[in-house]
Design a protein around this ligand. Structure first.
Ligand SMILES: [Zn+2]
Length: 513
């Protein structure tokens, strides 16, 4: 009797050992730095490369390119993961699969996406997430702002409260990379457009951040690409189908409550409004809707411990990929239908319809049950009133959720734009965005509208070295002859909505601005 029991026990132990080996015993080289340091440290650029090397050693599913060599000489890796493997954009296109782009660390101190994407990669290649490669190709840049990442200090991210102990710098040699989606001035942005957005044409871009200090109560908040002048369907689908499905899945599987991105006035009680960020396409996610593609902004909650932020970011991306895997064909078709619709509308109605050039933030129809921390007001020695947070979470019902935008000023959408040869910088910028620009080979007379500037408003604050300009003026109808060498931009192309936003004189985030 004893002998039989012992034998059973022995077999059970064997089963356990085999199970552990087949599901997730990884060599230490595949573990991220936070996992190896009790979440006290985040990875340097060199440490990210070492983990990627270890992950690539035993698989042919990963193809590797260089996104750019940074100002400080770091070769930023771009990973393409597919099953069967894909080594070129042509092969990706021929596969008919959706391409999902995952970007970490655009702000050098917001490090969760960097670590979470490496762990996700490990689980896909060697763990239990291989099925996430069904119907989709993943393009990953875990460490986009490599130079900013390695400028580590203890005070770069005060709202993260020392977890991890050191974190990188937000900017890339002076540029906020998430304000550069129109001007494309930083080397990183230029490379992103050339080597990811145009080369791999992602159907969905996921940009991974960490909040700057809001005391809402969500482990992670998100936003779709705010569509402004873009075809409505891609961003509406992200906002009203994809994100709610992911939120529900994360709640069911992990008991985590994710919600819309935004902030509120912590001094007022109770808060009545929750407001998101600016709609401008200078934000990388917002530019995607103008390109008829989808995007998601992900913001881990800064005040959570580092390991919790990594976990929230990882399960969010994972559940987005679970959704896109199942709905790949639908997403693929929807993006291309938006392309076709954009061109068709110009062909049929170009010059005879309007679209928005300036936008106002408005609440969604459904108010938010806002989860937030309470606070205690106190009087400082100098008499001013401050607040300090408590650990108590409360729900405030009926908060207006300002998370969409409506046009505040409209302009006619033309059939084409024409501008003189001396604006070569504008033509070059358009081409960097992937727009087809033609040069007139002979003098040509056009009938159309010309924008006459009568005032230039200047923003009071500087961003990426600019005080932006808002042009004021009037449109005059007439005929005008342009010369050989001048530029013509036909709107009969899939990026027509982007061209409109870039070139309209009064656009609140265009090239004139
Ligand atoms: Zn950020």
């Amino acid at each position: 009797m004893t002998r039989i029991l012992l034998a059973c026990l022995w077999f059970s132990l064997c089963d356990l050992v085999i199970a552990a080996e087949s599901s997730g015993t990884f060599p230490a080289s595949m573990m991220t730095i936070p996992e190896r340091t009790a979440y006290q440290r985040t990875s340097t650029f060199a440490e990210v490369l070492a983990v990627i090397d270890a992950l690539q050693a035993d698989t042919d599913l990963m193809h590797r390119e260089v996104l750019l060599e940074t100002v400080e000489g770091r070769q930023v890796p771009l990973l393409v993961i597919a099953n069967p493997p894909v080594r070129s954009p042509q092969a990706a296109q021929a596969s008919g699969k959706v391409v999902i782009y995952i970007q970490g660390n655009i702000h050098g101190g917001e490090v969760e996406g960097k670590e979470a994407s490496l762990i996700l990669l490990r689980d896909i290649l060697y763990g239990d997430k291989r099925h996430l490669l069904e119907n989709q190709i993943l393009v990953m840049v875990p460490i986009y702002n490599a130079d900013g990442n390695d400028q580590m200090s203890a005070d770069s991210r005060p709202s993260q409260e020392g977890s991890p102990l050191l974190a990188g710098e937000r900017f890339a040699h002076g540029y906020d990379l998430n304000r550069d989606g129109i001007a494309l001035e930083a080397a990183e942005t230029s490379a992103l457009y050339r080597n990811v957005i145009q080369r791999w044409d992602p159907d969905l871009l996921i940009d991974l951040h960490t909040t700057n200090g809001s005391w809402h109560g969500y482990p992670l908040t998100y936003a779709p690409s705010y569509r402004t002048a873009g075809d409505p369907q891609t961003s509406d689908y992200t906002a009203s189908v994809l994100l709610p499905a992911v939120t529900q899945a994360v709640q069911e599987k992990y008991a985590l409550s994710f919600s819309w991105y935004g902030d509120f006035d912590a001094q007022s009680w109770p808060p009545t409004e929750f407001r998101t960020f600016h709609h401008g396409p200078r934000y990388i996610t917002n530019t995607m809707a103008l390109r008829n593609r989808m995007a998601i902004l992900s913001e881990a909650f800064a005040h959570d411990r580092f390991y919790m932020r990594m976990h929230a970011t990882k399960v969010f991306v994972e559940e987005v990929l679970e959704f896109t895997r199942v709905h790949a064909a639908e997403i693929y078709a929807m993006n291309r239908a938006a392309d076709a619709r954009t061109i068709e509308k110009i062909r049929e109605q170009g010059g005879r319809f309007e679209n928005g050039v300036q936008y106002a933030m408005v609440p969604l129809p459904e108010p938010l049950a806002l989860l937030r921390y309470t606070h205690i007001p106190y009087q400082a020695p100098d008499g001013s009133i401050g607040i300090t947070r408590t650990p108590e979470l409360v729900t405030i019902e009926g908060v207006l959720n300002y998370n969409q935008f409506v046009p505040a000023k409209m302009a006619t959408v033309p059939r084409a734009y024409v501008f003189p040869a001396q604006l070569k910088t504008v033509a070059d910028k358009l081409e960097e965005h992937g727009v087809q620009v033609t040069i007139l080979s002979q003098a040509t007379e056009f009938t159309g509208e010309e924008f006459m500037v009568n005032a230039v408003g200047k923003q009071a604050f500087m961003q990426n070295g600019h005080n932006n300009s808002l042009l004021q003026g009037v449109f005059q109808t007439g005929r005008k002859t342009f010369q050989p060498g001048d530029y013509l931009v036909s709107m009969e192309q899939r990026l027509a909505n982007l061209i409109f936003y870039l070139l309209e004189a009064e656009a609140d985030d265009g090239l004139a601005y």
